[in-house]
Structure formats: structure tokens, C-alpha cells
Design a protein around this ligand. Structure first.
Ligand SMILES: [Zn+2]
Ligand SMILES: [Zn+2]
Length: 118
């Protein structure tokens, strides 16, 4: 038996699309008797929305890249990006100032502007 391509119009977007012979054969093998009423684009769009059964398993979430928040450095006032949500009560420092603070705290060498000597 042979099939011929049919041109149908999508009931969603109104565009005409081709119901190919191969697809018709496939349909019949699957036991579908009615021809598709939507174009392939609308069909896949519906699937993506989860209209048909199947778990809401999202395909591949964006892992890897850390979310960055924009903030203003409390020390130098530069705009910077921090890997955490800046909460108003804690000062946020840019990477430069953050490093500077650490170095100062560790107290190690490095010619300070004025080394306090007592
Ligand atoms: Zn359509
Ligand atoms: Zn800074």
C-alpha cells in the first residue's frame, strides 16, 4: 500500500503543514486513525509544556555556573559581583578589597604604610 503526502492546516497556529507519507504509515502502524490536527511545531510546543503524560522532569538544569549577584563594595564603592545574595546588614567587598582585608588580618609582612611600633 502506498501513502501520499497530505497538506493539513494546524488548528493552533493555522499554518499548513505536510503530513508526509512516512508519517501516515507510522500513524497507522501505531493504530491512530485520525490525522494530526497540529503542525509539528505546535505539537512539540505542547509536549514541552507537559500537556501529555510524563513526569515533569526538566531536561538538564543549568548546573556549573554559579549565580552571581551584583553588589557595591563597602570599601571602595566599586560595583562588583559576589557569589551570594548581599544582605543589607553585612558589608560586601569586591574581590580586591576582600583580599586586602584578609591580608591585613593575617598580619604578615609587607611594608605597611605606618608600622606601629611601641
Ligand atoms: Zn501550528
Ligand atoms: Zn572594593
Amino acid at each position: 500500500m502506498s501513502y501520499t503526502d497530505k497538506t493539513l492546516s494546524c488548528r493552533d497556529c493555522g499554518q499548513s503543514f505536510v503530513f508526509t507519507a512516512g508519517e501516515q504509515e507510522f500513524h497507522e502502524q501505531k493504530g491512530f486513525t485520525n490525522s494530526p490536527s497540529r503542525c509539528p511545531a505546535c505539537r512539540s510546543a505542547r509536549k514541552a509544556q507537559g500537556g501529555f503524560g510524563g513526569g515533569p522532569r526538566s531536561s538538564g538544569s543549568t548546573g556549573g555556573a554559579r549565580e552571581m549577584f551584583s553588589a557595591t563594595c563597602a570599601s571602595c564603592g566599586k560595583a562588583c559581583q559576589v557569589p551570594f545574595q548581599p544582605s543589607g546588614d553585612k558589608p560586601v567587598y569586591c574581590s580586591d578589597c576582600f583580599q586586602g582585608q584578609r591580608n591585613r588580618n593575617s598580619g604578615g609582612g609587607g611594608g605597611g604604610s605606618r608600622s606601629s611600633r611601641w
